[in-house]
Design a protein around this ligand. Structure first.
Ligand code: GLU
Length: 613
């Protein structure tokens, strides 16, 4: 989410500055060549949409040289690890979705982080208080810890994606990112502000102070931020493959940073250590997964299956909404149905979704249109149901309203809103939708000393308090439930739309609302992304962007919804998500779309642009 308005730092004077260790923030250079940043691009021959022009440029370069969508996606993701280091990188995890133009099949890789094999189920309980470690802006105890660090899945995901679908090897795919890490990028307000937002957490660790707070301050706007340590780490992976990450000296250093975080003495946070061992790293596997699938208005919608709740929750919402003609409704009525469907699906997500390797997840039921039809009976077209609504009965359903509901799940939402998303298409028609993250902005706050990257705090996505009936309880080796929702939609076997977003549990609503905007509400893909958002997640209030409240607030409130201005505890940004998408038109025409404003605006590019629509 770190949205840095970057410029290409291709000026020799800047490059000539001596780089001793860690990052160097140098003064602005004389003649900056600004990377153009368009939220929409149309054309042919390949396209990309990310939050960042350096990453989009890396993908386009790979495509131009004959690489395919998988190659370009890995190149873009690795570049985001440089320019969006607080959102994504090799210290984290994610979900990679691929449409293969030859087979017309959608496949996915689950590269989610895992819990260490010896993680106890009370790991998040502070022995000093008997209560969970605090997770507040003032006391970010749990997020700033070794105990929240999951075994990273991103390097394995890149390697597996290239092995299955790529034409480049990892070394080739990492080249653009290595270049950017060495030459640096220009710091903008967002990067500086996000560093400052995290100053307290980053000051907790010597390695993080050294890298992101050079001279004790966040890098100045306009200065060039280089990360030669990360360039070196990428070079190591380029040379030796990801075994150099999951085994050997780097693995040992990761374990040491987790078990004995390099605390600075400038902190009064408890920094509970983690349980990760080198065996955990050596055992990590990115998992090939079947996607979820639902039909919606004649389209085939493919999403990410559990361990993410993205595919089932977007899918169930669509199955519910399939029972209503949104396009014939007044806008407010359509939004009311969106709110209610999403809340019903969130109730089921809380009750039933976890890592399927550890708990029985009724994915087939949750994506069954009959189940959706039955859940649709719960929607009163004229009034909001009191929240939270109960989960549905997954054992007996027949498309008719059940007499009795199952008991409520006790869910606390501690997912944060960092993360980044990218969409790539190539000239052969292959498509990648990829969401990757280190959990919240700045992850655990722990930079692996000398290696230039942050470790995730993804395990905070587990429920903090153990409950044996909770599908998202802590279990050794398990993946915490995610909301990441990389989605590819086909029409008669060919791509129609690929999209995804960051935003914690609002990822699900952003993807869902964007699909509804595009498919039901008559917007083109750029309008669908730009439209104001609300995130109904079965809470007492619906977190909504101010423009959404201005437009629809009073009408929705008269139906019984309670809207609240969006904002998260750590950054107070009154916006939801940062989507990227590509729409596939007639005769190979591609429309790449990114945010026009949110997070400072994204970057859409096509290989061969056309003038206008
Ligand atoms: N940890 C979240 C998840 O897996 C993502 C965090 C975010 O988007 O900021 O769903």
């Amino acid at each position: 989410m770190t949205h840095v308005r970057r410029q290409l730092a291709a000026v020799t004077a800047a490059l000539a500055l001596s780089v001793t260790s860690g990052a160097v923030a140098s003064p602005a250079f004389a003649d900056p060549r600004e990377t153009e940043k368009n939220p929409t691009a149309t054309g042919y021959g390949g396209a990309v949409s990310t939050v960042d022009p350096e990453a989009s440029a890396a993908a386009i370069e790979v495509l131009r040289k004959g690489g395919n969508a998988a190659d370009a996606a890995v190149a873009a993701a690795a570049t985001l690890g440089v320019t969006e280091p607080y959102s994504a990188g090799i210290g984290g995890g994610g979900y990679f979705v691929f449409y293969d133009a030859k087979t017309k099949q959608v496949s996915t890789i689950d590269g989610r982080e895992t819990a260490p094999a010896t993680m106890p189920n009370d790991a998040f309980i502070d022995p000093a208080t008997g209560k969970p470690y605090l997770f507040t802006t003032k006391r970010p105890e749990l997020p700033t810890s070794g105990v929240s660090v999951g075994v990273p899945g991103t390097p394995a995901t890149w390697e597996r994606a290239l092995e299955r679908w790529g034409t480049l090897n990892l070394g080739e795919a990492l080249k653009p990112a290595i270049k950017v890490a060495n030459r640096g990028f220009v710091v903008d307000d967002t990067f500086r502000n996000q560093t400052l937002d995290n100053k307290f957490r980053f000051n907790t660790f010597t390695s993080t102070q050294d890298l992101f707070l050079p001279g004790g301050d966040a890098p100045a706007v306009g200065s060039i931020f280089k990360n030669p340590q990360l360039a070196e780490t990428y070079r190591l992976l380029a040379k030796e493959g990801t075994s150099a990450f999951y085994t050997g000296p780097l693995a040992e250093e990761i374990v040491s940073a987790v078990k004995k975080p390099p605390t600075s003495g400038d902190t009064d946070l408890p920094v509970p250590p983690g349980f990760m061992t080198t065996d955990d790293l050596a055992a990590y596997k990115a998992v090939d997964q079947d996607p979820t699938h639902v039909k919606y208005r004649g389209y085939d919608v493919y999403g990410m299956a559990p361990s993410s709740s993205g595919g089932t929750t977007v899918g169930e919402s669509l199955n519910i909404l399939e029972n209503f003609e949104l396009k014939d409704m007044q806008r407010v009525d359509a939004l009311h149905h969106y709110f209610e469907a999403s809340s019903l699906a969130f109730a089921d997500r809380g009750a039933y979704v976890g890592d399927p390797a550890f708990v029985d997840v009724p994915t087939d039921v949750l994506t069954d249109p009959i189940f959706g039809k039955e859940r649709a009976c719960k929607i009163d077209p004229t009034a909001a149901a009191p929240k939270p609504v109960s989960p549905g009965d997954i054992t007996t359903y027949d498309g008719v309203c059940p007499a009795q509901a199952a008991p409520l799940a006790d869910e606390t939402d501690t997912e944060n809103i960092s993360t980044t998303n990218l969409t790539v298409a190539d000239k052969w028609g292959n498509v990648v939708e990829y969401t990757l993250t280190i959990e919240q902005t700045g992850g655990s706050g722990i930079v692996v000393p000398g290696r230039g990257f942050l470790l995730n705090n993804e395990l905070t996505d587990f429920s903090a308090v153990y409950n044996a009936t909770d599908p998202n309880r802590i279990q050794p080796g398990k993946r915490p439930r995610s909301s990441m929702s990389p989605t590819i939609i086909l029409q008669d076997g060919d791509p129609f739309l690929a999209l995804g977003s960051p935003g914690g549990s609002t990822i699900i609503t952003t993807v869902l609302q964007t699909i509804l905007n595009r498919v039901d509400l008559g917007m083109d893909i750029s309008e669908a992304i730009a439209a104001p958002r609300a995130a109904p997640r079965n809470g007492l209030t619906v977190s909504s962007e101010p423009a959404f409240i201005d437009a629809y607030g009073s009408a929705l409130e008269s139906l019984g919804h309670d809207l609240d201005p969006a904002g998260d505890a750590f950054t107070s940004a009154a916006e939801i998500g940062a989507a990227t998408a590509i729409e596939f038109g007639e005769d190979g025409k591609l429309t790449a779309a990114a945010e026009p404003k949110r997070r400072g605006g994204g970057s859409a590019m096509v290989l061969k642009p056309t003038d206008g629509p």
